[in-house]
Design a protein around this ligand. Structure first.
Ligand SMILES: Nc1ncnc2c1ncn2[C@@H]1O[C@H](COP(=O)(O)OP(=O)(O)OP(=O)(O)O)[C@@H](O)[C@H]1O
Ligand SMILES: [Mg+2]
Length: 362
């Protein structure tokens, strides 16, 4: 059985937080905007929003942070509160089942408080509608009673700042999206930025690391600080157990080879998908379900767990005729692409010979 059938979220390269991440993340979170690495545009725009609010002495506009998991949305929301010197209340869409739950939170906010609503796209409909009015008019109508006798009691709220976070901005209803004064779109991090993240975390964890060691980890972190921090912890273990604890690029590479995270951040599942596509199907096109059977996984696992990163890396493309591998995929697995039919061969083996040849492996 493949290791992923149990739970693909257990992968070391998943961007979602696991229990260990949650335990250590608080310690690794930058506390102020200046310590926050990368996301230049969001940082600059947010800094203006916050400075202007401070100057006016009012609560800033509501802020929406959108982007994939592990890029720093929760971290930024806490930074917003810290920069405003304001208390922060933390809740999430799934925790708010009823409009009443939201009314209770809103009515207990103090002036200038930051309300962080994580996974805001997962809030219930009635709560969402209550939120519209709260965001716009700092007021909610609390409904008392049921049926024809029900009455709405208006309740004034102190000015507060809502910070919403979502991995699925597209799922937000337009009326909700429009009520945010500022939206920050988080992007995947460049390797040099991730290298700084790794360095900073290594300092906080008291791990000695050389710049090339940090670069080695950064290059395998899929543009995501959460993954970078997780890989750093595994490399630290390896460096301490097998060596003197100092992280060099060689040690980082050896450690991450043990965890089957390759030089580009692909793990075993990603590589299995690519290898099947290249070696069994000549680079495609091949249908998703056929590809999934070939690697012994569910179609959903291949489509949702492996493919997004492979597509993002330009290794695999989804076409109407099926999945195809790019030239970069052949190169990454150390294989030679077959010569397109109709072109004279260039002394290489036939396509089949190449595909089934013993050239695979790392
Ligand atoms: N710009 C950054 N600089 C340094 N560390 C960062 C940065 N962004 C994120 N991190 C680190 O990455 C980890 C994950 O960040 P965070 O929890 O804010 O992500 P998120 O976007 O809220 O993820 P999710 O969508 O899963 O809630 C944190 O431990 C944080 O320390
Ligand atoms: Mg978060």
């Amino acid at each position: 059985m493949s290791p992923y059938e149990s739970d693909p979220a257990d992968r070391i390269v998943t961007a979602a937080a696991d229990g260990e991440d949650q335990a250590v993340e608080a310690a690794l979170r930058p506390k102020l905007l200046d310590e926050f690495i990368g996301q230049e545009r969001v940082r600059e725009q947010l800094s203006l929003v916050l400075q202007a609010a401070r100057k006016r002495g009012t609560a800033p506009d509501h802020v929406l942070l959108s982007g994939p998991p592990g890029l720093g949305k929760t971290t930024l929301s806490m930074i917003i509160a810290a920069e405003l010197n304001a208390p922060i209340r933390i809740t999430s869409g799934p925790a708010i089942q009823h409009a009443g739950d939201l009314a209770a939170i809103l009515s207990s906010l103090t002036e200038g408080e930051v309300l962080f609503l994580d996974e805001i796209h997962r809030m219930s409909r009635p709560a969402e509608e209550m939120l519209y009015m709260a965001m716009e008019d700092f007021r909610v109508d609390v409904i008392v009673g049921k049926g024809p006798g029900a009455t709405a009691i208006p309740l004034e709220l102190p000015p507060f700042t809502l910070v919403g976070a979502t991995t699925r901005a597209g799922l937000l209803p337009p009326p909700l999206r429009d009520r945010f004064g500022f939206t920050g779109h988080m992007e995947f991090y460049a390797p040099a930025e991730l290298q700084r993240v790794v360095h900073r975390s290594a300092d906080l964890l008291d791990v000695e690391i050389d710049p090339a060691g940090a670069a080695e980890i950064a290059g395998r972190s899929r543009g995501t600080p959460r993954i970078a921090n997780r890989l750093l912890r595994r490399v630290r273990d390896y460096a301490q157990v097998k060596h003197d604890g100092v992280v060099t690029p060689e040690i980082a590479a050896q450690a991450l080879d043990v965890y089957e995270v390759d030089a580009r951040g692909l793990d075993r599942l990603d590589r299995a998908v690519l290898e099947a596509l290249l070696k069994l199907f000549g680079g495609g096109p091949v249908g998703l379900s056929t590809l999934a059977v070939a690697v012994g996984e569910e179609s959903e696992t291949v489509e949702e767990v492996a493919e997004p990163f492979l597509v993002r890396e330009g290794l695999l493309a989804r076409t109407p005729r099926g999945r195809i591998a790019t030239a970069a995929a052949w190169h990454h697995l150390g294989l030679t692409p077959p010569v397109p039919s109709g072109q004279p061969g260039r002394g290489t083996a036939s396509a089949q010979g190449e595909l089934w040849g013993p050239t695979g492996g790392r």
